[in-house]
Design a protein around this ligand. Sequence first.
Ligand code: ZN
Length: 251
Amino acid sequence: MKPIRVTVWNEYRHEKSDEAVRKVYPQGIHQTIASAFSDPLQVADPADFAVRTATLDEPEHGLTQKVLDETDVLIWWGHMAHQEVSNEVVDRIQIRILGGMGLIVLHSAHYSRIFQRMMGTSCRLRWREADEKCRIFNIRPDHPITQGIPDTFELPAEEMYGERFGIPDPEELIFLEWFQGGDVFRGGCCFRREKGKIFYFQPGHETYPQYYNPIIRQIIVNAARWAAPLSPVAPEMDSPNAPLFEVMPKH
Ligand code: ZN
């Protein structure tokens, strides 16, 4: 299954309304994330990925059935307009994930409707905007997502996200984070929902240049490889009445 087809979805509102954010991401967060998939620093063979972007204000949020049918891994960044994402599109994404599409949920998308839907919990957390240093610990050096990632690294400043994070216990915990103000956070978490893999990754507040950081970019690319479906995505929507496999003894 080559290339892996990635769709980077971004709410794309902060960049249009806030000068400070526009300075960091003049083309939008989605374009910066998308560029990692053709960056020789992260991807040796550019034929590994085919990337497109989609944003909230496009018709059907840019996520028509056709786009989703052509998506192996969906990356999601949102913050201020989670409630504007329609039920119809959330339903459509959920069905695709259950059939095997990967989902990568970044930063404030912890509160996105699709992540809450897939978790079934509040996804609430503690937060603070105080320009805190963040130290990230790679606690699963054996995992596909951490290949090429150091045991620990720092972000000079990030919005603090702290425990308790209202998620189900992750099936794999990949990164732990420590913030200068003293909080800790499960900053990299893997889940599986039927055939679909989901990765939540904390860094990426809109006023900081995290998505230019080669380590962050490598983690996102690795996560896309990990989350890509192993076989063609096919949701099992029916609940069939089952024929007998064996002849039953007569009583
Ligand atoms: Zn933020």
